[in-house]
Design a protein around this ligand. Sequence first.
Ligand code: SAH
Ligand code: SF4
Length: 405
Amino acid sequence: MARPGDAYVVAMSSVVANSPSSASDARAELLAFAGRPAGAPAVDPRPDLIGLEREALTEALAGIGLPKFRTGQVWHWLYHRGVTDFQEMTTLAKPLRAQLAETFRISRPAVVTRQDSVDGTIKWLLRFADGNEAETVFIPEEDRGTLCVSSQVGCTLTCSFCHTGTQRLVRNLTPAEIVGQVLAALDHLGGYPTGAPDRRLTNIVLMGMGEPLYNFDNVASALKVIMDGEGIALSKRRITLSTSGVVPMMARCGAELGVNLAISLHATTDPVRDELVPINRKWPIAELLEACRTYPGVNNARRITFEYVMLAGVNDAPEDARRLVGLIEGIPAKINLIPFNPWPGSRYECSDDDTIERFAQIVLKAGYASPVRTPRGRDILAACGQLKSESAKLTRREARTAAAE
Ligand code: SAH
Ligand code: SF4
């Protein structure tokens, strides 16, 4: 089972935008082009095979006259063996390899930097074809290795304690870019199912930047590729999606994907949650918890994780702890208390150790084990909200100036 709380700390992949762009906005695309950093590769016109679900891959291959049985072969090379060059697909005849290479590409985000923490946590800064960048974090533990991936560049939501919330959404990540974060990590960890007796990457948490349920279609496609048993083959039990509470999408997420769910609860009253997680004004606590009670597949073996960031004087009183356990009563649940990671300009402070301990004791007495997670990767600034400040995106004006130059 995933222990999503283990990964909150590294916050996860953080995405930083180098360029404002939006798929539907030609002007924004121009700006995005202008914002592409020097040295970023020109866009490859060949369609990418990465991120296509099986049926879509079959269709793409049919486009060059390949029969259906080729899908399984190509899939095996893409995701079970992790090749990035069609020439390595040695079970295919050479002319076929050449034909594939002429028509398609196999994408990978470029690794800009890699940082290793003393505790074993690894953070990669990845760059996508249009110059946007994402940080993906790997957190090894004794019995598992968790990769924290992002779903969007930036976030449309504005949670007041989250650095990501201060950045407007630039764009959704594509299925290829979401799968690409996993493939890039596997490339570096040597973790493809074959040839890797000790498989290091065992779990995935969608706890990076962005709200995954606001990019559901792309996230769903990516997860279907990741969960496919003949490829990366990580089961739904090893994948956890974290949401701030997009209530109408939760049932679909459970029914279509069946992954574990984590809820960014963070408060026990609507006025406080309205302030911390503004999406609460749309879907308040009662509606959110009702969607949790009815989440498809939830039971005692598959619990919902409630994430709760500890903010001094805001949500950390003993009565909050008592209200918290009262609110989730009857829901098969785990609780992760997350020490707040401050960022430049943040208006909150992390609760002190005694306060967190007192809060945790109340939660423990109510039957929820070890709720406080130890931060990981702090020495490489891998904690939530610490990453974004490292990399500035161009303002529209800067991009326009760059375009004119
Ligand atoms: N958008 C999704 C998933 C990404 S955030 C969501 O909100 O659930 C992953 C987790 O990190 C969330 O629980 C989020 O509330 C928490 N988080 C954000 N900023 C933080 C900070 N500065 N310190 C600690 N946790 C933070
Ligand atoms: Fe977006 Fe999640 Fe940050 Fe809220 S906590 S702003 S939903 S990334």
